[in-house]
Design a protein around this ligand. Structure first.
Ligand code: NAD
Length: 539
C-alpha cells in the first residue's frame, strides 16, 4: 500500500504543559499590540488607509487590528496579479508546488502553531482545544493530504491503452485563469484551504477572507509567504465580498469560485456567475459548502449517556457556530424522560467566558449581528405555545457576545428552530412516541432544505440500517452513535448536498479534481505516409 501522511496529533494544553504556557504567552503578546493588516497583492503589502478595526468577540472593547480594505483598484490589480502569476506557477510543476505547501504544514506544526492558535482564539473566540483542532491540526492535514492526493492523480488518470505506434497520456492541467476563494469566519483552516487547494494543482487565487477572521487569516497569509509561496499565487484581499466578486467577474480569466459560507450568499454568487458567462473565457467551476440544519435521531434502544454527551458537545462546542453543529434532535419519549434532567444539569455546569481562561467550555458568538439573530430565535420561541425553553435562554452582550447554551423542546416538528439554521448555541428537541421511529425518520428527511451532517443513535444494527437507508440523502456526513461534528481530513471527507452545497468533499481528492482541466495527448510514432484507406482499393 502507498504510504500516506498521518493526521497531525492534537496537543492537550493540560495544566503545566509547555504548550499551554506558550499559548498563553502568545495571546498576551497579541493582545498587547494592534496589528496593521494590509492587502497582499502580487506579494506586495498594500496599506490603503481605508480601515476597519476588528475586536475580540468575548471582549468587544478590545481592538485587535487595523485592517486596510481593498478598493476597486486593488481588487482589479489582485485579479490580474493572479492571472499573471499562473504561467510560472504551472512551470514550477506539481512537485515544486507540493514542497511549498508541505513547508507551510511543517511551519504550522512547528514555530507558527501558537501564533495561529492564539490569533484564532482571540479573533474568533475559540477555546484552546477548538483552535488547535481547527487552525493547527486540520490545516496541517489539509495541506499534507492534498499534496498526497494531487501526486496520485498523475499516475491514476493516465490512459489505459496506448496501441502499438501510439503514446497516449493525460496532462493534469489546472483551470486556465484564477479562482476566487470566498471564505467563512468559523474555521481558520477552511479559510486557508480554499485558496490553497486549487493552488496545489496549479491554479492561482484571490482570497477574500471574512471580516470576522481578518486577523487569524492574515497570520496564515504571512506563514505561506514565509514558506516561499511565489508572489501573486495567492492574493489576500480584505474588503467587500460583493465588490470583489464584481471585480473578479469583470476579468475574463475568472475560472472558478471556491466558497464556504451561508446558503443565501452562495446562491447569490452562483446567479451572478451565470449572468457573467458571456464575458468569461471558460465555464467557471463552482464549488460551495454552505449551511446546515444538522440532526440527531435517537432510537428507543440506544446508549443514553452517549446520546447525552453527543447532544451537549455536538450542539454547544464553539457556541454552535459549526456548520455541522447538532441543532435539532428527535428523541423518543422513554429516552427523553430518562436523560432530560441529567442533560439540563450537565449543561448547567458549562462554564462560559474569556477564551484565555482554560476552564471555559464556551466563549462568545462572533459579532453583534449573530448575537441579535440568535437571541431573536430564542425570544420568538418563548412566544410560541408549541415551544418551551427548558435550559439556558439568557444572554449578555455587554462585555462580549455571550449566549447561554439553550435547549428548546417543541411539539411542532416544523417550528422555526427545528428547520432553520441558527448558527448559535441552540438545540431544539422534538419528543416522539417510542413506536414512531420510522415516521420520525421521514420527518427528519423532509423537515429542512439542508443535508449536511446528522447522527443516528441506536443499539441494534437493524435499526441503524433502517435509519441509514431512510436518511441516505439527508446528510453528506452521517454518524452512527456519535455527535455530528468533528470530521477529520482523510477520515471523513466533508460536505453536504441539497441546500448544503455542491458536496465536493473538502479534504479529499474529489475537491482537487474540480480545479483541474486535463489535456489528452496522443503522440503518433508511426506517422501515416499515405492518405488512402484499404477499403478504397480496387477489388
Ligand atoms: P457568510 O455567508 O456570511 O460569509 C461567507 C463569506 O462570504 C464571507 O467572506 C463574506 O464576506 C462573503 N460574502 C457575504 N456576502 C457576500 C456577497 N454578497 N458577495 C460575495 N461575498 C459575500 O457566512 P459566515 O457567517 O462567514 O459563515 C457561516 C456560514 O458558513 C454558515 O451558514 C455555515 O453553515 C457555513 N459553513 C459551511 C461549511 C461547510 O463545510 N458546509 C463550513 C463552515 C461554514
Amino acid at each position: 500500500m502507498a504510504s500516506h501522511p498521518i493526521n497531525e496529533p492534537i496537543l492537550g494544553f493540560a495544566p503545566g504543559s509547555a504548550e499551554r504556557t506558550q499559548l498563553q504567552a502568545e495571546m498576551d503578546r497579541q493582545m498587547s499590540e494592534v496589528v496593521e493588516i494590509p492587502c497582499v497583492i502580487n506579494g506586495e503589502e498594500v496599506f490603503t488607509g481605508n480601515t476597519t478595526t476588528p475586536v475580540i468577540p468575548h471582549d468587544h472593547g478590545h481592538v485587535l487590528a487595523n485592517v486596510h480594505l481593498a478598493g476597486k483598484a486593488e481588487m482589479e490589480a489582485a485579479c490580474q496579479a493572479a492571472v499573471d502569476a499562473q504561467e510560472e506557477w504551472i512551470g514550477l510543476g506539481l512537485e515544486g508546488r507540493c514542497q511549498i505547501f508541505e513547508r507551510c504544514a511543517d511551519l504550522l506544526a512547528g514555530d507558527w502553531r501558537m501564533r495561529v492558535n492564539a490569533a484564532t482564539m482571540l479573533n474568533q473566540s475559540k477555546t484552546a482545544f477548538q483552535a488547535e483542532i481547527d487552525a493547527a491540526c486540520e490545516l496541517i492535514d489539509f495541506w499534507r493530504f492534498n499534496c498526497h492526493y494531487a501526486r496520485g492523480f498523475h499516475d491514476d488518470f493516465q490512459p489505459l491503452v496506448s496501441p502499438s505506434g501510439v503514446e497516449n497520456s493525460t496532462e493534469i492541467r489546472p483551470l486556465e485563469g484564477f479562482v476566487l476563494a470566498v471564505t467563512p469566519f468559523n474555521f481558520t483552516s477552511i479559510a486557508a484551504n480554499l485558496p490553497s487547494a486549487p493552488a496545489i494543482v496549479g491554479c492561482t487565487s484571490v482570497w477574500k477572507p471574512s471580516r470576522n477572521s481578518y486577523h487569524s487569516n492574515y497570520v496564515l497569509m504571512q506563514l505561506m509567504m514565509d514558506a516561499g509561496l511565489p508572489d501573486g499565487v495567492i492574493n489576500f484581499l480584505p474588503g467587500s465580498g460583493a465588490e470583489i466578486t464584481a471585480a473578479a467577474l469583470a476579468n475574463p480569466d475568472f475560472a472558478g469560485l471556491h466558497f464556504t459560507g451561508s446558503t443565501a450568499t452562495f446562491q447569490g454568487l452562483w446567479k451572478e456567475i451565470a449572468n457573467s458567462l458571456s464575458n468569461l473565457r471558460s465555464y467557471p467551476r463552482i464549488v460551495g459548502e454552505t449551511g446546515g440544519k444538522d440532526f440527531v435521531v435517537a432510537h428507543p434502544e440506544c446508549d443514553r449517556q452517549g446520546l447525552l454527551v453527543a447532544l451537549l458537545r455536538g450542539s454547544f462546542e464553539y457556541q454552535g457556530q459549526k456548520c455541522s453543529a447538532a441543532s435539532r434532535a428527535y428523541v423518543p419519549s422513554s429516552v427523553w424522560e430518562a436523560i432530560r434532567e441529567d442533560l439540563c444539569s450537565e449543561i448547567g455546569k458549562i462554564r462560559m467566558g474569556d477564551a484565555r481562561d482554560f476552564s471555559n467550555f464556551m466563549t462568545a458568538v462572533i459579532d453583534q449581528r449573530a448575537f441579535d439573530k440568535i437571541t431573536g430565535y430564542i425570544e420568538r420561541s418563548r412566544e410560541r405555545d408549541t415551544c418551551e425553553v427548558i435550559v439556558g435562554g439568557g444572554s449578555d452582550g455587554s462585555k462580549g457576545w455571550f449566549i447561554e447554551p439553550t435547549i428548546i423542546v417543541t411539539t411542532d416538528a416544523s417550528s422555526e428552530t427545528m428547520v432553520e439554521e441558527i448558527f448559535g448555541p441552540v438545540l431544539t428537541v422534538y419528543v416522539y412516541e417510542d413506536t414512531d421511529f420510522e415516521a420520525v425518520l421521514g420527518l427528519c428527511d423532509e423537515a429542512s432544505p439542508y443535508a449536511l451532517t446528522g447522527s443516528i443513535f441506536a443499539s441494534n444494527e437493524e435499526d441503524v440500517q433502517t435509519a441509514f437507508d431512510a436518511l441516505r440523502f439527508t446528510a453528506g456526513n452521517f454518524y452512527i452513535n456519535d455527535k455530528p461534528t468533528g470530521a477529520v481530513v482523510a477520515q471523513q471527507p466533508f460536505g453536504g448536498a441539497r441546500a448544503s452545497g455542491t458536496n465536493d468533499k473538502a479534504g479529499g481528492p474529489l475537491n482537487l479534481l474540480r480545479w483541474i482541466s486535463p489535456r489528452s495527448v496522443k503522440r503518433t510514432l508511426d506517422i501515416p505516409q499515405d492518405w488512402g484507406y484499404p477499403f478504397m482499393q480496387p477489388e
